[in-house]
Design a protein around this ligand. Structure first.
Ligand SMILES: NC(=O)c1ccc[n+]([C@@H]2O[C@H](COP(=O)([O-])OP(=O)(O)OC[C@H]3O[C@@H](n4cnc5c(N)ncnc54)[C@H](O)[C@@H]3O)[C@@H](O)[C@H]2O)c1
Length: 259
């Protein structure tokens, strides 16, 4: 391991992606957890508390090499009353706690919804409903990490806020920050509808991507899409391939007959 990352705090450690992470990389890192709810994984020592309350969670960051910040209201249609404490205030607190505790690196769970309005433009608006007429998946222009921020709701706004907060802490305090605009990671671990044939990210692919973000040297501030190598994907993975060596193993197309 080149980065020396060993002690990793996972916020939102009771959630879906945290579970995949702990199962996939439990032998590689000393995980600790932090969640507002009760611990789901007995092997991971967990601080129970609300990330929007800095005093209640600050100690969890002491002695940590890197944080995987997953804790949030993860519903795309989450109302502002929940987004404000659980996504905005919580995320600012995580970055501030990292600065205060001397944590070197944060992998931040952003979302495709930070740029979700792009998906309503052609040809993505057709791909998401399975209208592939006159389209060649090899030549569909990919939505990449340089596109304009175009959130599609309060949740998407909160993820854009998180990316901006990460950029601020990277530039001003030298924190290393990787933002992952995650597509669709679900419990079934396969696409469940036509849109997800394009947006799905398998458990092992998101785990690989998080591992690469934890260990890649050098890292300043960067943005990557968390999506498998789906035939009809419209989010770029070339940047993650080039910078991190991301080599996704799955393709949603393999599940077309089952949706
Ligand atoms: N699963 C996906 O497809 C997907 C896609 C894009 C982005 N993301 C992001 O990835 C992260 C993890 O997603 P997930 O699917 O595992 O979500 P999840 O809902 O399963 O887990 C989120 C966890 O965060 C915890 N949490 C919420 N508010 C908290 C607070 N104030 N303090 C402490 N803990 C709090 C919850 O209790 C929960 O255990 C989220 O930030 C989500 O927005 C997920």
């Amino acid at each position: 391991m080149t980065s020396g990352v060993r002690k990793v705090l996972v916020t939102g450690s009771g959630g879906l992606i945290a579970g995949a992470l702990v199962r996939g990389l439990g032998d590689r890192y000393d995980f600790t957890g932090q969640d507002i709810g009760p611990p789901n994984y007995p092997s991971v020592p967990t601080t129970v508390g609300d990330l929007s309350d800095m005093d209640g969670v600050r100690k969890a960051f002491d002695g940590i090499d890197a944080v995987v910040h997953l804790g949030a209201d993860s519903r795309q249609d989450a109302p502002w009353g929940s987004v404000l404490p659980n996504n905005l205030i919580a995320t600012r607190n995580v970055f501030e706690a990292c600065r205060d505790a001397g944590v070197k690196r944060v992998v931040y769970a952003s979302s495709n919804h930070a740029v979700g309005m792009h998906e309503l433009d052609e040809p993505y608006s057709r791909i998401r409903v399975g209208d592939y007429a006159r389209l060649d998946p090899e030549t569909v222009p990919q939505i990449d990490h340089t596109v304009q921020i175009r959130p599609d709701g309060q949740y998407g706004i909160s993820k854009a806020f998180g990316e901006a907060t990460g950029a601020y802490y990277a530039e001003n305090f030298g924190l290393q920050v990787a933002c992952l605009r995650i597509g669709t990671v679900n419990r079934a671990n396969r696409p469940m509808d036509v849109r997800q044939l394009a947006t799905w990210c398998s458990h092992r692919d998101i785990v690989q991507l998080i591992r690469l973000c934890l260990e890649h040297e050098p890292l300043g501030f960067d943005i990557f899409y968390g999506v498998s190598d789906n035939t009809w994907r419209f989010w770029d993975i070339d940047h993650a391939r080039d910078v991190l060596g991301y080599a996704p193993e799955d393709n949603g197309e393999d599940y077309r007959s089952s949706i």
